[in-house]
Design a protein around this ligand. Structure first.
Ligand SMILES: N[C@@H](CCC(=O)NCCCC(=O)O)C(=O)O
Length: 253
């Protein structure tokens, strides 16, 4: 058996190219995703598998799913609030319906089957919605006194800018992975978890009370979603590496 076949296959969902603001109309319809997510998986021994957004073909999506040992849900645009039973707020950003439907389906299959899932930023929100939870559509408009969380590179902030600390909940997988009660994090989001999904626990909170991470309560399952972007620190932060290590180890089991 080749070395490649022993490494866990980690699915990484893509996004619709034209869901990104400013993409010229003339470009062909495409699915794309930031390379950093794939490189973080490869650097830790996984084999990344780009997942097309094909909710209209559930049989093919299921066939892809059945090849996976784990699922990584990356960052990206806002989820359609109708996926969690709400009407769009005036502060809502662009949407990617095919990505919503694909990621919700994959996440629901994964939680039911015990496939390891790591959600990053948008990915944490998808996990919460897949479990029946809801989101604040805009933190600044809906959570009085919240600090700024939308420190995007487009606003001049480095992706490695450490915006605030998070308190890591004792007894959670995340706290164990970080081996500390708090951690400094970057912050590139304007939405966050509102009603917690079924079977989830909050595993990190910002000083203003914004939920910064969720995970399934079942210790037999690895389903962790963090609102920040650890993939940019993966090479030089031991705590972040241990989170990815644990994810890959569960996928390899
Ligand atoms: N749209 C949601 C999720 C934010 C998110 O995933 N940010 C990362 C953007 C993509 C990137 O630059 O890596 C929200 O705003 O809360």
């Amino acid at each position: 058996m080749s070395e490649l076949s022993r490494r866990p296959v980690i699915g990484v969902t893509t996004q619709t190219l034209h869901a990104i603001q400013g993409i010229p109309e003339g470009l062909p319809e495409s699915w794309v995703m930031n390379q950093r997510y794939f490189r973080a998986i490869m650097e830790l021994g996984g084999v990344p598998w780009m997942i097309p957004l094909i909710p209209e073909d559930p049989d093919t999506l299921r066939a892809i799913y059945e090849h996976l040992d784990g699922l990584l849900i990356p960052g990206g645009v806002d989820m359609d609030p109708r996926t969690y039973g709400e009407s769009p707020s005036p502060h809502l950003g662009v949407l990617d319906p095919a990505r919503d439907a694909t990621e919700l389906q994959l996440t629901r299959w994964s939680i039911a089957d015990g496939l390891p899932v790591l959600g990053l930023c948008r990915g944490a929100q998808v996990i919460n919605v897949a479990a029946g939870g809801t989101l604040f559509q805009d933190i600044a408009a809906e959570i009085p006194g919240a600090q700024p969380h939308d420190l995007y590179p487009t606003r001049g902030f480095a992706r490695t800018h450490l915006a605030h600390p998070v308190d890591l909940t004792e007894g959670t997988r995340l706290r164990d992975a970080f081996g500390a009660a708090t951690a400094p994090v970057n912050s590139m989001h304007h939405q966050s978890v509102k009603r917690l999904g079924d079977g989830l626990v909050v595993s990190a909170v910002a000083p203003d009370g914004v939920v910064e991470a969720v995970e399934v309560a079942d210790p037999a399952k690895f389903v962790v979603g963090v609102q920040w972007h650890p993939e940019v620190f993966e090479r030089n932060a031991p705590a972040v590496q241990s989170l990815f290590d644990e994810f890959i180890a569960h996928a390899a089991a």
